[in-house]
Design a protein around this ligand. Structure first.
Ligand SMILES: [Zn+2]
Length: 206
C-alpha cells in the first residue's frame, strides 16, 4: 500500500489531492480488472512451453497476467539458476542450494527445503510468504526433482480465473435493473444469504 501511495502522490500533495489521485487509481485498477476478465473469457492462456506439465497446470488456473508473472519466474528458474548441492536430511526432506550468477559474476545463494512426500516447500528468500507467488528458486527445485504439478496451496485462489465467480460481478446483474446501486445491494444480500447457509451446514468450527 505504501508503494502505491508513494507512486501516486508527492510530498507536497494536499490531502484532497491524495484522495483524488487514490480515487483515480482505483478506477484504473477496476478498468484493468474488467479488461483482464474479458481477455480471460476469450479463451485459454497460450502455454509457452507446450510439453511442460507445470505450465499447463498453471495456465488453466491463473489469469493471463498472473500466468505471465509465473512464467517469468519459471524461465529464470530454468535458464538462470543452478543447483549447487542436493541432499537429503531425512527420509523425505530434501535440501537444495541454489545459485544465481549476475553479469558481473556475483553469486547469490538460496536454500530450498522440499518435502518429497507432501511437496511442501520453503525457500530462504521467504518470497512466497511475503508476496504469495512461488519464485524461481522454488520452481527450480520442483523441476529439478521432475515433479509435474504444484500443490494447489501454492496457487492462490485470488489470482485464479474464476476467483470472482461467486462474488459480485457486473455481468451477474440483470441488465434490465436500471438502478445499479439497488441491483448491487440485492446481489450482495443474496450472496451473503447463500454464504450464511453454507456456513451453517459446515461442521468445522473455529
Ligand atoms: Zn527463494
Amino acid at each position: 500500500m505504501n508503494n502505491v501511495c508513494h507512486a501516486i502522490t508527492k510530498a507536497t500533495s494536499s490531502l484532497v489531492g491524495c484522495f483524488l489521485q487514490m480515487e483515480k487509481m482505483i478506477i484504473n485498477c477496476r478498468e484493468r480488472e474488467k479488461e483482464e476478465d474479458f481477455r480471460c473469457k476469450q479463451g485459454t492462456v497460450h502455454v509457452d512451453v507446450k510439453n511442460c506439465p507445470i505450465l499447463k497446470q498453471v495456465s488453466k488456473l491463473y489469469t493471463r497476467t498472473m500466468y505471465g508473472k509465473f512464467y517469468e519466474n519459471f524461465k529464470v528458474g530454468e535458464f538462470g539458476l543452478f543447483i549447487e548441492k542436493d541432499y537429503m536430511t531425512s527420509e523425505s526432506i530434501c535440501i537444495m542450494e541454489i545459485r544465481w550468477c549476475d553479469r558481473a559474476e556475483n553469486n547469490k545463494y538460496w536454500t530450498v527445503e522440499l518435502d518429497l512426500k507432501t511437496l511442501d516447500i520453503h525457500c530462504s528468500c521467504c518470497k512466497f510468504e511475503t508476496n504469495g507467488i512461488l519464485y524461481s528458486h522454488a520452481l527450480k527445485a520442483y523441476t529439478h526433482k521432475n515433479l509435474t504439478s504444484i500443490p494447489e496451496k501454492y496457487l492462490h485462489r485470488r489470482w485464479m480465473v474464476h476467483a470472482k465467480k461467486s462474488i459480485y460481478h457486473h455481468d451477474n446483474l440483470k441488465r434490465s435493473e436500471s438502478n445499479c446501486s439497488l441491483a448491487f445491494r440485492n446481489h450482495m444480500c443474496r450472496a451473503a444469504y447463500d454464504l450464511a447457509l453454507r456456513v451453517e451446514k459446515c461442521e468445522i468450527t473455529i
